[in-house]
Design a protein around this ligand. Structure first.
Ligand code: DAH
Length: 342
């Protein structure tokens, strides 16, 4: 009798745990427990072995158990049929819920635009490493050790090997190209560069540049001006003015910085153009003969021009982004404003 009661408790536990997700499983449950050869019938059959004085109490237990099994069967039946009707009620013609897709980063958009403009002029893309050595970043570019112009580019060095540094400009890719290619050379080099600057709205410890290098016979400053003028018109529109200012870079002679008329205030004067109506967008010049000779290129036969521009600056003018930090904060509210652009 005791053993029987324990058995019933065990069955109850087993039944509580039953899950039936298909009509077949519900039917299997019915056959196993409530069928003519089912376990319930079996247990009822035990009644005849119970001593008379316990028959009444045991009958009560059996009856409760029977109700318990029937209730579970009903519950399984119901949960299956609601699932069925929900399935039937589902409207497959409803539009799906949209999956959010990312957008291109504004710096990528602008870089791609710049690259595609120079591609139409026949420039190929060249790349170099971000971890550079002193020679490619400085020495080969006519910036020997102790040259005062190095002060303009405060550099990150690598602890494990002080001969390595994070490149401070994409001009290092000029050196990489010149050691592997022979003129005529016509490349642009997009990439990330690093400087040891305190982070603020106007400066960051890394930013992006696009370098250009064109070397052939008879390349003149007129070619430089025409190429960059064409670029500005393609990038910003026909009405934009340019001006060249004499400047100094160790790797070019003569050197010039190029300004464009301020697009933010229409040259009326604002914070971005520092109330001058002009904004500097790049440095440029005729490749210094020493740079060519560093790579065994005959500087009496070949001449060339080079330029380097900051992608963040171009992006600022194109999209009026006034804080450099926004580019690397990964704030979706900022980034999603650039959808639709390529
Ligand atoms: N490398 C210079 C910088 O980071 C930019 C530059 C100036 C690149 C003149 C050039 C160039 O190729 O000719 O400030």
């Amino acid at each position: 009798m005791e053993a029987l009661l324990q058995q019933i408790e065990k069955y109850k536990q087993e039944i509580t745990d039953v899950k039936a997700t298909t009509a077949e499983a519900v039917e299997a449950f019915r056959i196993q427990w409530l069928g003519t050869k089912g376990l319930l019938k079996n247990i009822m059959g035990e009644m005849k072995n119970v001593p008379n004085e316990h028959k009444r109490a045991f009958g009560q237990v059996l009856n409760d158990f029977k109700l318990f099994v029937e209730a579970k069967f009903e519950e399984l039946q119901q949960s299956n049929s609601t699932e069925k009707s929900e399935e039937k009620a589902f409207d497959w013609s409803l539009p799906g819920s949209s999956v959010p897709v990312g957008t291109r980063h504004p710096l990528t958009i602008v870089r791609n635009q710049i690259v595609s403009i120079f591609k139409t002029l026949g420039f190929a893309i060249a790349e170099g490493p971000e971890i550079e050595d002193d020679w490619h970043n400085f020495g080969a570019m006519n910036l020997p050790e102790d040259h005062p112009a190095r002060d303009m580019q405060d550099t990150f060095y690598i602890n494990q090997n002080p001969a390595w540094l994070l490149r401070t400009h994409t001009s290092s890719v000029q050196a990489r190209v010149l050691e592997t290619q022979k003129p005529p050379i016509r490349v642009i080099c997009p990439g990330r560069v690093y400087r040891n600057e305190t982070i603020s709205a106007r400066a960051h410890c890394f930013f992006h540049q696009i370098e250009g290098l064109y070397i052939d016979e008879n390349v003149s400053f007129a070619d430089l001006k025409q190429t960059l003028y064409f670029f500005v018109q393609e990038m910003f529109g026909k009405g934009v003015q340019v001006r060249f200012r004499p400047s100094y870079f160790p790797f070019t002679e003569p050197s010039a910085e190029m300004d464009i008329s301020c697009l933010i205030c229409d040259s009326k004067g604002c914070n971005v153009c520092k109330h001058t109506g002009w904004v500097e967008i790049l440095g440029s010049g005729m490749v210094h003969p020493k740079v060519l000779e560093n790579f065994g290129i005959d500087s009496t036969k070949y001449t060339g021009f080079a330029f380097g521009m900051g992608v963040e600056r171009i992006c600022q003018l194109k999209y009026q982004v006034n804080d450099l930090r926004l580019y690397s904060q990964n704030d979706v509210r900022f980034l999603k404003q650039f959808t639709g652009a390529v």
